[in-house]
Design a protein around this ligand. Structure first.
Ligand SMILES: [Zn+2]
Length: 419
């Protein structure tokens, strides 16, 4: 499995390298403008915009092209071609306000563009935590032929564990920083051969079953956020569209954080218990209830959360599980809410009251979501023998999202088994 990460570093010797990086950043903007101009001419003449292959072929002899290392220049032209492609895609999708990429010029001056250094354009020195960035032929004449940046990374990052694919010099908030785009192959052994089932829902965002133990993750924090942001947005009239955008961004950040935390927690519970496979109930069941109607959050309005959250959740879970060597399988949720996970009886008339599933056949009382999760688990692994104690089905431990800590914490739970 291949993992790609970007690590951002500050530059420890900005006085020494700032001028050189400025030169490179301005050169990248000038090359952008040259190629943007060329693209415009082609566009006017032929009605077509050149792709990055044509841009490279046409502009490689240009004076501005040789200001930068050839790979850095190629990257500028690729960025321009990508910007045109992105604009086409937006227009095709009906966004009439989308504009083609512009020129990088502010009055008489140029902004400092990001400069990318690929394999031949940088040399990393791990021992002295510095990296040598190559300049283009034109900029070499006056000074040395490279920029030697000393950098400082977060202390928990060790670049020697990674293959550095690219280095980017990025100018933000009035300073240059470096981004290391890194890759490594990892192939971890799974923590064991256990199987866990996950049932996704609304009031409990996830129920987790290990076959002899279960955990519930209530969606309280998400629901409170939906309510809060819904109310705040309703207060904004049309004249405050920026405020609405800000609220949307904030809400998305909060949802994403919640889902990351939830997946991380689920994966770590699985690692602790030697689980090598996580089975997730297919999301179709989340979107529609048994009558084919969309479920929602009820009177305060859930709106668009469910489809978004659950697609996003499975992809985050998949990615976090993979780094631990755990497989994630998706299985249909069909009948999982109607079947008794203890005896296998399937009956549409089973009683589900106050979140409890009660089997008429074997008298098992189970938390309904845990029962669903256990049925999902059993799609991949055989059911345990029926004479086993199944009290755990009714007594999941509950991990509540704690806002102040930003994580899930176990909660003492009082279980009421009387249906
Ligand atoms: Zn039963």
């Amino acid at each position: 499995m291949r993992t790609v990460r970007t690590f951002e570093a500050s530059i420890a010797n900005p006085q020494q390298v700032g001028d050189d990086l400025d030169q490179l950043g301005w050169a990248a903007s000038k090359l952008w403008n040259v190629s943007r101009y060329y693209a415009q001419e082609q566009w006017d003449d032929t009605g077509e915009i050149p792709d990055d292959g044509e841009l490279k072929a046409e502009l490689k002899g240009h004076e501005r092209y040789t200001d930068l290392h050839s790979q850095s220049s190629q990257r500028v032209l690729e960025e321009l071609a990508e910007a045109f492609t992105g604009w086409f895609a937006k227009r095709r999708d009906g966004d009439s306000r989308a504009r083609p990429p512009g020129y990088r010029k502010r009055g008489d001056s140029h902004p400092r563009s990001t400069v990318t250094f690929k394999a031949a354009g940088f040399k990393h020195d791990a021992q002295f935590t510095r990296v040598r960035l190559s300049k283009g032929r034109n900029l070499k004449e006056h000074r040395s032929d490279f920029v030697l940046c000393e950098y400082e990374l977060r202390p928990d990052v060790d670049l020697t564990e990674w293959d550095i694919q690219q280095v980017r010099a990025v100018y933000t908030y009035e300073e240059w920083r470096l981004q290391f785009i890194c890759r490594k192959s990892i192939d971890p052994d799974p923590p064991g051969d256990g199987v866990a089932g996950v049932d996704l829902g609304i009031s409990n965002i996830a129920a987790l079953s290990f076959g002899s133990e279960s955990i519930l993750f209530p969606g309280n924090a998400l629901k409170e956020d939906e309510y809060y942001f819904g109310k705040q947005k309703a207060k904004c009239d049309d004249s405050r569209s920026n405020e609405r955008l800000r609220l949307d961004r904030k809400r998305t950040e909060r949802r994403t954080h919640f889902l990351h935390t939830l997946s991380k927690q689920i994966v770590s519970e699985c690692v602790e218990r030697g689980v090598g496979t996580i089975v997730v109930g297919d999301l179709e069941g989340i979107r529609d209830n048994e009558n084919g109607e969309s479920r929602n959050w009820g009177s305060h309005g859930n709106l668009d959360l469910h489809g978004w959250a659950f697609d996003r959740f499975t992809s985050i879970l998949d990615y976090k599980a993979e780094t631990e060597g755990i497989d994630v399988l998706i299985e249909s949720e069909r009948d999982t809410s109607k079947t008794c996970s203890a005896c296998g009886t399937k009956d549409g008339n089973q009683r589900v009251e106050r979140g409890l599933y009660v089997c008429e056949e074997c008298d098992t009382v189970a938390n309904a979501d845990v029962n669903g999760a256990e049925n999902i688990r059993q799609k991949v692994t055989p059911s345990p023998s029926q004479d086993r104690s199944n009290g755990w089905l009714a007594q999941p431990s509950v991990h509540l999202f704690d806002r102040s800590e930003g994580r899930f914490a176990p909660r003492e739970q009082v279980v009421d088994c009387k249906p």
